[in-house]
Design a binder for this molecule. Structure first.
Ligand code: AR6
Length: 175
């Protein structure tokens, strides 16, 4: 499902974040130390190869809500933007910290003249953020940031399950 807001396309698809060869940057649901880990971070580091962890080392640790950028190494994407999402119930206020992830990632992308970017549902896996709440924060933040973007024209949410896709589509529809 797609929607256009102020000339920027927002899209929700079901899939794997490391299989988005047509976007310039993918976003990592990282850990503070920017190491391999599980979930999205594991998939990204496995696909990118050891050069990614090496490039990440001097950039770590990062704080909840922060975003940093690296190259894509063996991934088909030019860049990886690493965001540390809040741990639900622990890092507070979690909605502000989650919004910061999307805001900071998009700002960084725009500064690097990136035209297209794919996000996973940050914090909704190991970090325990309920997907319904996270989708509201994610999509509303993206809508809010769009008017400030000069280069980013395509924003894709890559969801791992039918349920997560449905939840995001419902919020996108209501934007
Ligand atoms: N592509 C797209 N989405 C995925 C993929 C994939 N390949 N794999 C999982 N998801 P998570 P978090 C979904 O746990 O909650 C890591 O170990 C998943 O179903 O990757 O921010 C880090 O090292 C869920 O909906 O990220 C951190 O320690 C969403 O992506 C911690 O986990 C996010 O799940 C970060 O936890």
């Amino acid at each position: 499902m797609k929607k256009e807001i102020s000339g920027v396309t927002i899209e929700c698809v079901k899939g794997d974040i490391v299989k988005q060869p047509d976007v310039t940057a993918i976003v990592n649901a990282a850990n503070a130390w920017l190491r391999m880990g599980g979930g999205v971070a594991g998939a990204i580091h496995r696909a990118a190869g050891p050069g990614l962890e090496e490039e990440c080392r001097p950039l770590a640790p990062i704080k909840p809500g922060q975003a940093v950028i690296t190259g894509g190494h063996n991934l088909p994407n030019k860049y990886v933007i690493h965001c540390l999402g809040p741990r639900y119930g622990i890092d507070k206020p979690e909605d502000k910290l989650l919004a910061d992830c999307y805001r900071n990632a998009l700002k960084l992308a725009d500064e690097h003249q990136i035209d297209s970017i794919a996000f996973p549902a940050i914090s909704t896996g190991i970090f325990g953020y309920p997907v319904e709440e996270a989708a509201e924060v994610a999509l509303k933040t993206v809508k809010e940031v769009i008017p400030t973007l000069k280069h980013v024209k395509h924003i894709r949410f890559v969801l791992h399950s039918d349920f997560d896709l449905k939840v995001h589509e419902k919020v996108l529809e209501s934007l």
